[in-house]
Design a protein around this ligand. Structure first.
Ligand SMILES: Cc1cc2nc3c(=O)[nH]c(=O)nc-3n(C[C@H](O)[C@H](O)[C@H](O)COP(=O)(O)OP(=O)(O)OC[C@H]3O[C@@H](n4cnc5c(N)ncnc54)[C@H](O)[C@@H]3O)c2cc1C
Length: 464
């Protein structure tokens, strides 16, 4: 579908301020932004008052607030609570237009992006913010068996599988008096894995317990697997230890130093403490690996091991002064360390785009980008979290107060008042009534491996 573009010749140089804008009616630079995620939206908004024309291209019509995707996956929120049309976000920005299409090729030499529809969009500046996707470490065949969480579609698929597992177990129990064990296996102990495992445990222990007559959802098992010696390796030791203790208190079985070597329908093969064994799994979820968008490769510039584009302190890849790479696709180092692929850097890089472009327009030197790290947080179940706060004070927080901080920050950053109000009211409803509003199963009514496990019959049978 795509082909590699010839690398840009840095010797030719680019002076956007002077370059003639051929074939264009308006003599204003056109800034093409690929991706309407955190980086892209911030970049577009930052350019609002500059004399430029902005084109935002995204293959989806909506911006997704990814940090709350797990709440859609576990039926607390509905997709529309955490997503908003990009067109609506930018409707009051007169210099911005939105195209819904997939970028399939970039030609840095000709300053063009090619869309799936075949259209060619010419740019004076290109802001590349297409984010990242799951990496199955060379085992893409595991993807349909263990979905990851990145998009609204992923979240509704996970919701379907988790809710369906309880339904199938109830039906099987009614018909045959037993059901295969309800094991939920989450692979990867980073923030997404921890959030998913905590939320599945919540749904099984608290929210489902009164809804079934024949099975006891509280007897389900939630297993969190990670190959490292501890979970949440990006967090300080004390917070990681607290998170593991909280998860165990919620009933999640945390298996560290446990490497997944195979994923099949209804099972996960692992290696731990020198032995290899197979775990039964009703639902397997993938939260282990991330790889950069393939668009980075098309620039013909150096990439890191995950495919991220190595950028300098003006967010340019080597030799491409009119191309800015931001967000999860950017490999940006500050003080000898790589800035993490999370929302804050993406937003700050996006905001910095206007400073770079306006410096060009004024023929000033471009200002360097510096990431201002305010800290990280992750939730663990219903009202618990950990927070490594770095601004406005430094602190390691855990428990309810950390959760409250997390909730305020996430509500604050949700794009659009309607989404904020909807999320807030859903949270209040959920937490005080112990019910979940978005428990819909749509689509296929089968789970990978369930039927085989039922037919095998002789495996471990869950006791209800
Ligand atoms: C489940 C989950 C939970 C997270 N939780 C947190 C958290 O709690 N805190 C935190 O700070 N960070 C969190 N993150 C990370 C954070 O969401 C990302 O770092 C951030 O979204 C990166 O922004 P971005 O603009 O680079 O990419 P994205 O926000 O991923 O946006 C990329 C956009 O580009 C579009 N796109 C991609 N390829 C193409 C193409 N070829 N053509 C057209 N459009 C394209 C996509 O549709 C998408 O809209 C989480 C991520 C996930 C997946």
């Amino acid at each position: 579908m795509t082909e590699m573009a010839a690398p840009f010749n840095p010797a030719a140089g680019v002076d956007v301020g002077k370059r003639e804008l051929r074939g264009r009616k308006m003599k204003r630079p056109r800034v093409v932004i690929v991706g309407g995620g955190f980086g892209g939206i911030h970049a577009a908004r930052s350019l609002k008052s500059l004399p430029v024309d902005v084109t935002v291209i995204d293959r989806r019509n909506h911006h997704t607030f990814q940090p709350l995707l797990y709440q859609v996956a576990l039926a607390v929120l509905s997709p529309a609570d955490i997503a908003r049309p990009i067109r609506t976000i930018l409707r009051n920005q007169e210099n911005a237009e939105v195209l819904m299409d997939e970028v399939v090729r970039i030609d840095p030499l000709k300053h063009q992006v090619v869309l799936g529809s075949g259209a060619i969009v010419q740019y004076d500046y290109l802001v590349l913010a297409p984010g990242a996707t799951h990496s199955y470490f060379g085992h893409d065949e595991w993807a349909p068996l263990a979905p990851g969480l990145k998009t609204v579609e992923d979240a509704t698929e996970i919701r379907r599988r988790v809710l369906l597992a309880f339904e199938l177990a109830e039906r099987q129990k009614v018909e045959h008096g037993w059901h295969p064990p309800l094991n939920f296996v989450v692979i990867g102990g980073g923030p997404t894995g921890v959030e998913l495992a905590g939320a599945i445990s919540d749904i099984a222990q608290l929210y489902m317990k009164r809804d079934f007559r024949h099975i006891d959802p509280r007897k389900s098992r939630v297993l969190l697997l990670d190959g490292s010696p501890r979970i949440l390796t990006a967090y300080p030791d004390d917070l990681s230890t607290k998170a593991a203790a909280t998860l165990e208190h919620l009933g999640v079985e945390v298996h560290t130093n446990t490497r997944v070597t195979g994923v099949g329908p209804g099972w996960v093969q692992v290696e731990a403490a020198g032995s290899s064994y197979r775990m039964e799994s009703a639902v397997t979820l993938w939260a282990a690996g991330v790889q950069a968008s393939p668009l980075g490769k098309m620039l013909g510039v150096p990439l890191d091991h995950r495919g991220c584009v190595i950028v300098d302190d003006k967010l340019n890849p080597p030799g491409l002064k009119e191309v800015f790479v931001i967000g999860d696709l950017a490999h940006f180092e500050q003080d000898g360390k790589q800035v993490p692929g999370v929302a804050q850097p993406a937003m700050q890089m996006g905001d910095h785009i206007a400073k770079l472009v306006s410096a060009d327009l004024a023929r000033h030197t471009r200002p360097v980008f510096r990431y201002f790290d305010k800290g990280d947080m992750a939730t663990i179940g219903r009202m618990d979290a950990i927070a490594n706060v770095k601004w406005p004070f430094k602190a390691h927080l855990s428990g309810f107060f950390a959760w409250l901080t997390w909730a305020v920050v996430h509500i604050f950053f949700l794009i659009g008042f309607r989404n904020r109000a909807a999320v807030m009211s859903n949270w209040i409803w959920t937490y005080f009534t112990f019910t979940r509003g978005a428990r819909l199963i749509t689509g296929d009514q089968r789970l990978p491996g369930w039927q085989e496990r039922v037919q095998a019959g002789s495996g471990a049978k869950a006791a209800d």
